[in-house]
Write a new protein. Structure first.
Length: 262
């Protein structure tokens, strides 16, 4: 049986943990050749060793830090030139530190835009020509529901995530004629190290426990639970495949209904 992503090449950023790791595993499970991208060599090696190979795929790794967008650009261009078309690009990197927007410095904003907007831009430019020539391309961005509505205490993140919304929509229009779709996945409260850090910060500021913060958060989610990275990855797997060819320019919440309820 042919797998949905057989003979497709995927580049998965931020793939050493959390949602990025889950997406890499899902793409591999669906038959893609997966190249992991991250700044932690040991983490890359660990995830590489556990990637499924149902179609005897050849996976790989790229070591680069998204704090250096020029290095990301070089790595992306070199990989696309040396290894042929990248059919699937998953942009994903750690969110900016929590805190009030008014307290953020200019450098804080510049760093966030470089890590998210600029790195996504240079990677898209690196892989889009190969996608165009292949007549198949999927660019997905793991973002946040703050694309639609700000989240309290995540000032810089709110700004840069909203910018990712218009970046995605613009590219969806420009690249759509070449068989390339561009979409954002908006995870809600998902069990990751990032969410643990946010909840710990809220608990510390409020003088309460992490468990109480988590329970309050779940009250805002219609399904009354946190999501898992694997649930986000399942959506990414669909968007990466041929069945999603007509899904383009979408901010897709995967949040248990929280955004709709708000």
């Amino acid at each position: 049986m042919t797998l949905p992503l057989s003979n497709r090449n995927a580049l998965v950023c931020g793939s050493t943990q959390g949602i990025g790791r889950a997406c890499a595993v899902e793409f591999a499970r669906l038959g893609a050749h997966v190249v992991l991208v991250g700044r932690n060599g040991d983490g890359l090696s660990n995830v590489f060793a556990e990637l499924p190979r149902p179609a005897q795929q050849e996976h790989g790794t790229l070591l680069v830090d998204f704090a250096d967008w020029k290095a990301v650009e070089q790595v992306g261009n070199d990989h696309a030139t040396a290894h042929g078309p990248v059919h699937i690009l998953l942009n994903n990197t750690g969110g900016p530190p929590a805190g009030a927007l008014f307290d953020a410095s200019g450098d804080d904003l510049v760093k966030a835009f470089q890590m998210h907007i600029v790195c996504a831009q240079v990677l898209a430019r690196a892989v889009a020509p190969g996608m165009r020539d292949a007549g198949y391309g999927r660019i997905m961005n793991i973002v946040s529901t703050s694309v639609v509505t700000p989240i309290r205490g995540l000032g810089v993140s709110n700004v840069v995530r909203a910018a990712m919304g218009n970046w995605m929509r613009t590219l969806a229009h420009e690249l759509g004629p070449f068989g390339i779709t561009v979409n954002n996945i908006l995870p809600g409260f998902t069990k990751t190290a990032r969410l643990d850090s946010i909840f710990k910060g809220r608990a510390s500021r409020a003088g309460t426990s992490v468990e109480e913060v988590e329970q309050e958060a779940m009250k805002t989610i219609p399904v009354r639970r946190l999501g898992t990275p694997e649930e986000i990855a399942a959506v990414a797997g669909f968007l990466a495949g041929p069945a999603a060819a007509y899904v383009n320019g979408v901010n897709l919440p995967v949040d248990g209904g929280r955004l709709a309820w708000q």
